[in-house]
Design a binder for this molecule. Structure first.
Ligand code: NAI
Length: 340
């Protein structure tokens, strides 16, 4: 099949090419993100392969439909950027990669916790400048601290295991609790309020849905322990970035590790180093010494990239052969279990 891959980055191309040895699809890599403006690049292709920050609204989908594109193969777990109703009305199928490496994301969340706590980002710069002072680098033992995990699906479960390895007490909230986490890692399921009141670290692992949008807002923050560390490797809009700034200034939130940001589309994944940053909220967040931002890189391991490429090509093969689409996203199937 002729596959147009949008928003291609150097880091992923080799993984697609390697996985494709077993599939032999005709892959064409395009750098632009898929939007209404770039959709015309899909003319003459059978399948469009899209990434997390593409814009698959009804207009983009209508343009793709006019080129007879029948399959949208998302190379992400998340599909909150796709108008599924419009796709269904146009008779387009949407498939995704529901799982690649939960370890990649949970380990990155852990890296954010450790770096923020032990101030590795400051220490690295200091030592390079010949400043060997330890002043203001004091952290805390993770051992014995309380970690609140919101969302204990694939990633949250790995996070619980890792944090339990550090000797942390784990509180969790999920609409579908997992008994095995309680049995294996002593995870205590409780209410969000309890998590806010008791946690020293809060890590977010729920998908972005209307229910979870701005889960961490002014009201939630007001219930948190003073100095709490908030880690978001889920989706940017789980956190109200403006409320976060107020809380950081007032020191209610002691530190924040953000791999995702509400308005990351068009910014994250891009080299904008020679441009003037237009987003004042992001610019403000970047000024805090106790905020560590990575640009949606939690998934970025060799294992995850291999998994993403292989599953995407398998999804396309199933469609080509008219088989059941294992990883189809339909409006009916749309639910809390799905997203990236
Ligand atoms: P999952 O589907 O395995 O787990 C999500 C969990 O959230 C489920 O247990 C579900 O019951 C729970 N949940 C859903 N709605 C909820 C609600 N309203 N309240 C409480 N719990 C709720 O998903 P997975 O693979 O663990 O991914 C979790 C998050 O990680 C997602 O937000 C996803 O977008 C993000 N992600 C981020 C990546 C990155 O590179 N930063 C890469 C991959 C995923």
């Amino acid at each position: 099949m002729k596959v147009a891959i949008f928003d291609t980055h150097r880091f992923e191309k080799e993984f697609f090419e390697k996985a494709n040895i077993n599939f032999q699809e005709a892959l064409t890599f395009f750098e632009p993100r898929l939007t209404e403006q770039t959709a015309k690049l899909a003319a003459g292709f059978d399948v469009v392969c899209s990434f997390a920050n593409d814009r698959l609204n009804s207009k983009t989908l209508s343009i793709l439909n006019s080129y007879s594109i029948r399959l949208i193969a998302l190379r992400s777990a998340g599909f909150n950027h796709v108008d599924l109703e419009a796709a269904a009305q146009l008779g387009m199928k949407v498939v995704r990669v529901p799982e690649y490496s939960p370890y990649a994301v949970a380990e990155h969340a852990t890296a954010l916790i450790l770096s923020l706590n032990r101030k590795i980002h400051h220490a690295y710069n200091r030592v390079r400048e010949g400043n060997f002072s330890l002043d203001s680098l004091v952290g805390f033992d993770l051992h014995g601290k309380t970690v609140g995990i919101i969302g204990t699906g694939k990633i949250g479960s790995v996070m619980a295991r890792i944090m339990s390895g550090f000797g942390c007490q784990i509180l969790a909230f999920d609409i579908r609790p997992k008994i095995e986490l309680t049995e294996k890692y002593n995870v205590k399921y409780t209410s969000l309020e309890d998590i806010y009141h008791q946690s020293d670290i809060i890590s977010l692992h729920v998908p972005l849905t209307p229910d979870t949008k701005h889960l961490i807002d002014e009201k939630a923050i007001a219930q948190m322990k003073r100095g709490v560390m908030v880690i978001n490797t889920g989706r940017g809009a789980l956190v109200d970035a403006r409320a976060l700034i107020v809380a950081l200034k007032g020191k209610t939130i002691g530190s924040a590790g953000l791999d995702v940001y509400e308005e990351e589309e068009g910014v994250f994944f891009q080299d904008l180093s020679d441009q003037v940053l237009q987003d004042d909220v992001l610019a403000r967040l970047m000024t805090f010494p106790n905020v560590l931002i990575t640009s949606h890189q939690a998934f970025l391991t060799r294992e995850a990239l291999t998994g993403i490429a292989t599953t995407t090509l398998k999804n396309i093969r199933e469609f080509d052969e008219g088989r059941h689409l294992t990883n189809e996203v339909s409006i009916r199937g749309k639910g809390p279990a799905a997203h990236n």
